[in-house]
Design a binder for this molecule. Structure first.
Ligand code: SAH
Ligand code: SF4
Length: 398
C-alpha cells in the first residue's frame, strides 16, 4: 500500500500538485480541521512529566501516562483510538485536546538504488520541512530538521539560501523520527525491493536536515529527551548527533548536558578569512573561539568530535587548506568527514575532483587525523540539505 502511494508520487509533477492541492484545500481537509479545532499542541510535544501532570489534573490514575507513552513510543500508533486499554472517555478527551501528528507527508521520493528515502512534510501553518532516511547494511539513520529554513546564510546550502522562517516545535522534531520508525516497524511486503529486512528500528538520528539545531536549542533537547526516554522510544543518546555551524554558546551548553549525544561541527574551512565567506557566522564566532569551545566540550565529556568539511572545487580543497586543517585539529580527539559538495542551483560551488579529494584525505591521514570520505546519499533525489523543498517551492512560485 505504501509503495503504491509512493509510485504514484514519485514524479516531481505529482509532488508539486500535491503540495499545491494540500495548501489550497487545506481548510477543507479533515487534517487541518483537526489541527485548528483542537488545541495547538501535538501529543508529541509533551514530555512524560507534562503528560503525567495533565492526566492528574484530569483526575486520571498515574499509570495512564505510562500506557499512553507506550502507545506513542513503543507501539507507534497513529491515533488515540488505537490506545485500546484506555477508557473511551479519556481517548476522546485526548483527541479533543491534542492533535496527533503535526506532520502531513506531501511526498516521498526514493533514490534509484532504494537505500535513501526522503519525505517532504507539510506543517500545520503550511510550511514544509524535509526528513531523510538512509539505510545502510547495519544502520538505519534518520537525518532530521530542526527549523523551517535557516538564518545562518551559508552560501553553498539550499536551506541557507531560502532564509529563516521559524523554529520547529518539539512535536514537529519528534514526529519526523516517529514517521520513519513506523515505516521501519512494518513488515515489508513480499515484492518490496528495499535492501534491508523489516520490521526493524531506527538506529541513528542526526540533526543534519534543515536548520541550525543550536539556534533552536531547548526544543531540540526536549525532543532528544523524549526520543531517548527508556520508557518509550529508548534510542541511545550516543546514537544521536547534533551538527552545528559553530554556535559557541550552544556548544558550551551541550558540554553540560548529561545525555551523551554526539557533536559535529560544520567546519568547511580552517582559516578565518575563508571561513568568514563560506560560513558567515564565523564572523561572530571566529575559529579561535570555536575551537576553545570544542576543547572545553572534549574536556568535559571525553567525547570525540566530528568535523564536517564539504570539499568545494578550487575553494577549500588545496593542500594548503588540508595543512591548515591539520594544524587546527592538532591534539584534539577529532574525526573529519570529507563530503563532496552537492551543487545547489544558483550557487557557484562545485564538488572537488576525485583526485583532489583523495589528495586532501591523504594529507590528513599522513598527519594522523582520522578521516572518512562520506559519499553524499541519494544524489538523484536532491538529498542535500533543503534541496527538495527548494525545488518544490521554486516550481510553485510564479
Ligand atoms: N545547520 C547545521 C545542520 C544542518 S546542515 C550545520 O550546518 O551543521 C547539515 C550538513 O550539511 C552541514 O555539515 C552542512 O554544512 C552540510 N551541507 C549544507 N549544504 C550542503 C551542500 N550543498 N553540499 C554538501 N553539504 C552541505
Ligand atoms: Fe544553516 Fe547548516 Fe545550511 Fe549553514 S549549512 S545555512 S547552518 S542549515
Amino acid at each position: 500500500m505504501i509503495l503504491g502511494v509512493l509510485r504514484a508520487l514519485r514524479t516531481p509533477r505529482n509532488c508539486f500538485a500535491r503540495l499545491q492541492q494540500a495548501r489550497e484545500t487545506s481548510s477543507r481537509t479533515s487534517w487541518v480541521r483537526a489541527m485548528t479545532e483542537t488545541g495547538e499542541k501535538a501529543v508529541y510535544d509533551l514530555s512524560f512529566e507534562e503528560l503525567e501532570e495533565i492526566l492528574s489534573r484530569w483526575g486520571e490514575a498515574r499509570y495512564r501516562a505510562r500506557q499512553i507513552w507506550e502507545w506513542l513510543y513503543s507501539s507507534l500508533v497513529t491515533d488515540f483510538q488505537q490506545m485500546s486499554n484506555l477508557p473511551g472517555v479519556l481517548r476522546a478527551r485526548l483527541a479533543e485536546t491534542y492533535r496527533f501528528s503535526p506532520l502531513q507527508q506531501v511526498t516521498e521520493i526514493v533514490s534509484n538504488n532504494r537505500w535513501t528515502r526522503k519525505s517532504l512534510f507539510l506543517l500545520p501553518d503550511h510550511q514544509t520541512i524535509e526528513t531523510v532516511l538512509m539505510l545502510y547494511k547495519k544502520r538505519r539513520t534518520l537525518c532530521i530538521s530542526s527549523q523551517v529554513g535557516c538564518g545562518m546564510g551559508c552560501p553553498f546550502c539550499a536551506t541557507g539560501l531560502s532564509g529563516f522562517t521559524r523554529n520547529l516545535s518539539v512535536g514537529e522534531i519528534v514526529a519526523q523520527v516517529i514517521h520513519y520508525a513506523r515505516w521501519l516497524a512494518v513488515p515489508a511486503p513480499a515484492d518490496e525491493r528495499v535492501p534491508i529486512e523489516r520490521p526493524t528500528r531506527v538506529t541513528n538520528v542526526v540533526f543534519m536536515g534543515m536548520g541550525e539545531p543550536m539556534a533552536n536549542y531547548e526544543r531540540v533537547w526536549q525532543a532528544i529527551r523524549i526520543l531517548t526516554d527508556r520508557r518509550g522510544f529508548g534510542l541511545g543518546a550516543r546514537h544521536i548527533t547534533v551538527s552545528t555551524v559553530g554556535i559557541v554558546p550552544g556548544i558550551l551548553h551541550m558540554a553540560e548536558e548529561p545525555l551523551q549525544v554526539r557533536l559535529a561541527i560544520s567546519l568547511h574551512a580552517a582559516e578565518d578569512e575563508l571561513r568568514d565567506t563560506l560560513v558567515p557566522i564565523n564572523r561572530r564566532y571566529p575559529l579561535r573561539e570555536l575551537m576553545n569551545a570544542v576543547r572545553h566540550y572534549v574536556q568535559r565529556t571525553g567525547r570525540r568530535v566530528t568535523f564536517e568539511y564539504a570539499l568545494m572545487r578550487g575553494i577549500n580543497d588545496q593542500p594548503r587548506h588540508a595543512r591548515a586543517l591539520v594544524r587546527l585539529l592538532a591534539g584534539l580527539p577529532a574525526h573529519v568527514n570529507l563530503i563532496p559538495i552537492n551543487p545547489v542551483e544558483g550557487a557557484p560551488f562545485q564538488p572537488s575532483t576525485r583526485r583532489e579529494t583523495v589528495r586532501f584525505a591523504r594529507l590528513l591521514e599522513e598527519a594522523d587525523v582520522p578521516v572518512t570520505v562520506r559519499l553524499r546519499r541519494g544524489l538523484d533525489i536532491n538529498a542535500g540539505c533543503g534541496q527538495l523543498r527548494r525545488h518544490v517551492l521554486e516550481k510553485l512560485t510564479p
